[in-house]
Design a protein around this ligand. Structure first.
Ligand SMILES: Cc1ncc(C[n+]2csc(CCOP(=O)(O)OP(=O)(O)O)c2C)c(N)n1
Length: 558
């Protein structure tokens, strides 16, 4: 032990946990930043807004499995809290540091101060204050432990002082690092053999089962085991939007994303199944189209790392608590391959659902129309995004288009907004920071991009060479259908002011800021633009002029 400042210890601990980037708006923990420069090689990404900083940390975390770190001084704390909500919904390990109140001055109308701590409560797994410098080592260790373990999620630490000035104080202490909690998953809980055997028996006996795989499978790195199990037993696999990259779209047993932002074939398969096995998914409203697909009452099985998730939404024939990779590996050792014969007719029906989907959407996927169809962008992305890419999608229409129409390939990672419009662009920048060697391609609507368009400057300043594809229809046209309904069938012309914008050449905006901006107005030009953007080694924005009348298909329930 030696006498050290909190700043020295915190900088050393972050470096010790393998943190390569932190995302923030100053001024917070200033001495810690000075120590980072002296003692570590951590990049300090200074952003234009705290919410974007949180989304970058979230993208970094989802791309790497390592906690993403974001920070704000006291007045920016609620902006940061807002940005943790998506990470909370998506089970992403983000750690937020903020400046906070000093007991010597609180309740005296300190400039910019309110009590921020309660606002972090609904969006964190752990929300705590660091009031004395001696607590840096144990509190920071606990932050990493909570963020990464079980179902991962955000943590907030508020440091004493509006800028976290407690980091100036000194104490006899040392930086402590538990490497186990530097990455998800730190633990792989082993399942109870009896409940696993019961679950496997039910799965094998079923003539028409389906597996619904979620983000827990990707967090566990269990994609390979999932595929082997599906192949050995002849069981189709649907995924949640968060679990889309658990199985390549080209695999004969892959039926697509099920739920609300989904592919019709997936919903039809899950609706027709006589048994649904949920793996690493909470079977929440988005994945089940508000519990309509499958209907509550279907025979159901569930594997999850979180005990309170098992059986929460569907009464179960068998539930298993454990790590997805471990559970699936144990099942692979015990399974009876001969049982696959039972499912030949079912797989024929599954193929028919898939073929019917492909036939139904072929003309849109191959459309040369101008303005361009979003389905065509998705089809071109499916073909031309490299095998090792990280692909991100925003929510709303972007989630519907990419959830339903994008074919993820083996080796690719797929990440999506868990509901917040505007998440994907900054999250893509964070993902690129985490994985600079991998191509990063983000799909967003123009409404989604406008939220954090200022971060283009951050991307240029740090040369974060992510590629952002904008489905630019000068509107949030996902809302069109809803406003038609609200107006009793047909909107007034004035109603369009509720969901349309000016058409802006976003490629020009990007170029002015110093990024590579490419405007695409003909479908045939998209491939070349994508290749140019990916090859440029610069932050790039492809602004695609798309059809404001193009509305994504709604989910089916049968
Ligand atoms: C934070 C937040 N606010 C509002 C919404 C509601 N919302 C969902 S989609 C959407 C518009 C999407 O527009 P855009 O990204 O341009 O895609 P488009 O619908 O035009 O394809 C809105 C406002 C949301 N999902 N998140």
């Amino acid at each position: 032990m030696s006498r050290q400042s909190g700043a020295q210890v915190l900088a050393d601990m972050l470096a010790g946990y393998g943190v390569s980037h932190v995302f923030m708006v100053p001024a917070v923990l200033r001495r810690t930043f000075a120590e980072m420069e002296r003692r570590t090689s951590i990049s300090r990404i200074h952003c234009h807004g705290e919410k974007a900083a949180a989304y970058m940390a979230d993208g970094y975390a989802r791309a790497s499995g390592k906690p993403g770190i974001c920070m704000a001084q006291v007045v920016g704390a609620l902006n940061l809290a807002a940005g943790l909500r998506d990470a909370y919904l998506a089970h992403s390990p983000v750690i937020a540091f903020t400046g906070g109140r000093d007991p010597k001055t609180k309740f005296r109308k300190v400039y910019q101060e309110v009590d921020d701590v309660p606002a972090f409560e609904p969006v964190t797994k752990w929300n705590a204050t660091v009031d004395a410098v001696e607590r840096f080592p144990d509190m920071v260790r606990q932050a990493f432990r909570v963020a990464t373990s079980g179902a991962p999620g955000p943590v907030h630490l508020q440091f004493r002082g509006n800028e976290g000035q407690v980091d100036q104080d000194e104490a006899e202490m040392e930086a402590q690092v538990e490497a186990q909690f530097a990455k998800v998953p730190p633990y792989r809980p082993i399942p109870d053999p009896q409940s696993l055997a019961q679950l496997l028996r039910a799965l094998q006996e079923s003539p028409k089962p389906v597996i619904v795989a979620g983000g827990g499978v990707r967090a566990s790195g269990a994609g390979a085991e999932l595929l082997q199990l599906a192949e050995a037993l002849g069981i189709p696999v649907a995924t949640s939007l968060n679990g889309k990259d658990c199985i390549p779209a080209s695999h004969p047993l892959s039926v697509g994303v099920v739920g609300s932002y989904s592919r019709e074939s997936a919903n039809r398969v899950v609706a027709a199944a006589d048994l649904v096995c949920f793996v690493g998914t909470s079977a929440g409203g988005m994945t089940t189209h508000a519990w309509a697909v499958p209907k509550v009452g279907v025979a159901a099985l569930q594997i999850d790392i979180e005990p309170e998730t098992i059986g929460r939404n569907y009464p179960l024939k068998a539930g298993v608590l454990g790590d997805a990779k471990v559970c699936l590996s144990y099942m692979l050792e015990a399974l009876d391959r001969a049982s696959a014969a039972r499912r030949t007719a079912w797989l024929g029906q599954v193929k028919k659902f898939k073929d019917e989907w492909a036939e139904k959407y072929r003309s849109q996927l191959e459309s040369d129309a101008a303005p361009i169809r979003p389905e065509r962008i998705c089809a071109d992305l499916s073909r031309y995004v490299p095998e090792d890419a990280i692909v991100l999608s925003d929510t709303g229409h972007a989630g519907m288009w990419m959830g339903g129409m994008y074919d993820v390939r083996a080796g690719q990672s797929f990440m999506r907004s868990a509901g917040h419009l505007g998440w994907a662009f900054p999250a893509g920048l964070g993902a690129k920071c985490a994985a600079p060697g991998r191509p990063v391609v983000t799909f967003t609507g123009d409404a989604g991009l406008w939220y954090h368009i200022g971060e283009l400057e951050t991307a240029v300043r740090w040369n974060i060479a992510a590629v952002t594809v904008v489905n630019n229809n000068a509107s949030g046209n996902q809302s069109k259908r809803g406003f038609d309904r609200a107006y009793g069938g047909e909107q007034t012309a004035k109603a369009r002011e509720l969901w349309t914008y000016r058409m802006v050449d976003l490629a020009r905006v990007a170029s002015d800021i110093g990024a590579l901006g490419i405007r695409v107005e003909k479908a045939g030009e998209f491939r070349g633009a994508l290749e140019k953007a990916l090859g440029s080694g610069r932050p790039a924005l492809i602004d695609v002029a798309t059809d404001i009348e193009a509305i994504a298909p709604v989910a089916v329930s049968s």
